[in-house]
Write a protein that binds this ligand. Structure first.
Ligand SMILES: *Cc1c(COP(=O)(O)O)cnc(C)c1O
Length: 411
């Protein structure tokens, strides 16, 4: 089965009890049982069943099963947000005294979270770029996970997953990849050597900009050694499932960051069109980037432009696609603001992965509390405009950006 067919007809598409085509929305907090014995068995994991939505819910499970299959993984846990997914995944594998290796150009919220974790005794060492070499240099006995983004936002640096996974695995360390901006349409990190994949489903997986959510997908391939990963000591008997069982039955369940059932439903129907949307978004972004690249006075950064530093990965791992994010440097903050304000179709909003084209000036919003070094590691300068390309017609987007840039550059 190819991508779009498997989205609609893959084995993760369940048969629902009332013959519904879509999973019914079980918008309930709890599930009732006919006898105490039955409910006891559910709590003892001796029979399948749902008890309480924070721990499990059929609408959420329907979405989780599709995501696990789509990424080529074995288990998926849905969360209330992408940040909640990143938090739970890191707390399931690290405890006080442990270290994380991460790349410095990560999503701003993730950088802030890693700073919060310092206060819990979990230290992060940042690499300017995560490579085989930097992981080799920075890894120590204390390192419990390497964390990177497949395509960073908005810098669009691509993680060399096979090389970094190999360097991590040689040292008994797993690789966790945030693949939010890439989506499994563009690349599946688990098939390239990553151990755990995380998404903010709020973005491309939902696709319509209508639900905050996140997911953690485990390939169940990493050979956990609880002598190294002491945070998993109580889960030793589960072998390769140690991380996913601790995550689901311990950290995630106890933090209480489950996805809302109605959000799982919105995500489920959004996922149906992931292939169509990503194809159109990537094509639009490619056309827009090449058209704007011709205009003097601005600099366009997009993966499929031949001079992009990570251009080689486009054919190597990204199926020929560049994703939906690009940046434009306007020359000054004032020009960036004027270009943004002159756009007719692109909406000013702090999000990515919508059907609608969205723009923002990251330096004065998403990175307002970051230092210059942190900003520049993320590819953000005073004159940077971030564009999350939507599914409008490419001619209209090109005309809109061209008129907005033209009106500012003429003066
Ligand atoms: C948005 C985003 C997150 C955080 O997700 P939320 O759903 O907003 O909590 C994490 N990583 C990346 C790459 C993102 O774009």
């Amino acid at each position: 089965m190819n991508f779009n067919t498997s989205l609609l007809h893959g084995s993760a598409i369940a048969k629902y009890p009332g013959r519904e085509i879509l999973p019914p929305i079980s918008q309930v907090s709890a599930f009732r049982y006919e006898s105490m014995e039955e409910l006891e068995k559910v709590f003892l994991h001796k029979s399948m069943g749902y008890a309480y939505t924070r721990i499990g819910n059929p609408t959420i499970s329907a979405f989780e099963q599709r995501l696990a299959q789509l990424e080529g993984g074995a288990t998926a846990v849905c969360c209330s947000s992408g940040m909640s997914a990143i938090t739970a995944s890191l707390l399931a594998v690290c405890q006080s005294g442990d270290e994380i290796i991460a790349s410095s150009g990560l999503y701003g919220g993730t950088i802030d979270l890693l700073r919060d974790l310092e206060k819990l005794g979990i230290h992060t060492v940042f690499a300017k770029r995560l490579t085989k070499e930097t992981v080799g240099e920075m890894a120590s006995e204390k390192t419990k996970v390497v964390f990177g983004e497949l395509i960073s936002n908005p810098a669009q640096l691509v993680l060399d997953v096979p090389a970094v996974a190999e360097a991590a695995h040689e040292r008994g360390i797993p690789l966790f990849v945030d693949a939010t901006t890439a989506t499994p349409y563009i690349a599946k990190p688990l098939t390239h050597g990553a151990d755990v994949v995380i998404h903010s489903t709020s973005k491309y997986l939902n696709g319509g900009g209508n639900s905050i959510g996140g997911v953690i997908i485990d390939g169940l391939s990493f050979p956990w050694d609880v002598n190294k990963h002491t945070a998993l000591a109580d889960f030793k008997k589960y072998g390769k499932r140690a991380f996913s069982i601790r995550l689901r039955t311990d950290i995630w369940e106890n933090i209480g960051g489950c996805m809302a059932p109605v959000n799982a439903f919105f995500n489920y129907i959004g996922l149906d069109t992931l292939g169509l949307r990503m194809e159109k978004i990537c094509k639009n972004a490619d056309l827009l980037a090449h058209a704007l690249d011709e205009i003097e006075g601005i600099t366009v950064d997009y993966l499929t432009l031949e001079d992009h530093p990570c251009h080689a990965f486009v054919d190597k791992y990204l199926g020929g696609y560049g994703g939906g994010i690009m940046t434009i440097r306007a020359g000054s903050k004032e020009k960036a603001f004027r270009i943004i304000n002159s756009l007719k179709y692109a909406m000013i909003a702090s999000n990515i992965g919508d059907l609608r084209t969205l723009v923002i000036h990251p330096a004065s919003t998403l990175y307002i509390y970051s230092g210059r070094e942190e900003m520049e590691a993320a590819g953000v300068y005073d004159d940077t405009i971030r564009v999350s390309v939507g599914i409008e017609d490419a001619e209209d987007l090109i005309a809109d950006f061209t008129q907005a840039i033209g009106s500012v550059m003429e003066r």
